[in-house]
Design a binder for this molecule. Structure first.
Ligand code: SF4
Length: 101
């Protein structure tokens, strides 16, 4: 089955990724989560919105340095903000809040 993780070259074989079986995006076209630069991210974020593993997905993307796509309902620009805020010791929620892309 197609999934967005099939596009990542950074997956460790022994890593627990069981949370991915509960993903809302399972079976959804992965291209939706990797929109062209300047294209809307709204559809992908809608899929993520009700996903029960959204937090796991976001942490996965941040810990693996995913530079492209929507992960955990968050764009690459929003993830950069979260990373910068964490490095600065600020709460991540404040970093993600108000992000628009
Ligand atoms: S948060 Fe979005 S990208 Fe991540 S597993 Fe859920 S639906 Fe898929």
């Amino acid at each position: 089955m197609t999934d967005i993780w099939g596009l990542s070259a950074l997956v460790a074989e022994d890593e627990d990724r069981s949370w991915q079986r509960q993903a809302n995006c399972m079976g959804v076209d992965p291209d939706l989560f990797f929109p062209e630069r300047g294209s809307s991210t709204r559809e992908a974020k809608e899929v993520c919105r009700g996903c029960v593993v959204q937090a796991d997905c976001l942490e996965y993307a941040i810990s693996h340095g995913e530079k492209f796509g929507i992960w955990g309902g968050v764009s690459e620009r929003e993830r950069r903000r979260i990373r910068r805020s964490r490095l600065a010791g600020r709460p991540a929620a404040a970093a993600a809040g108000g992000a628009a892309s």
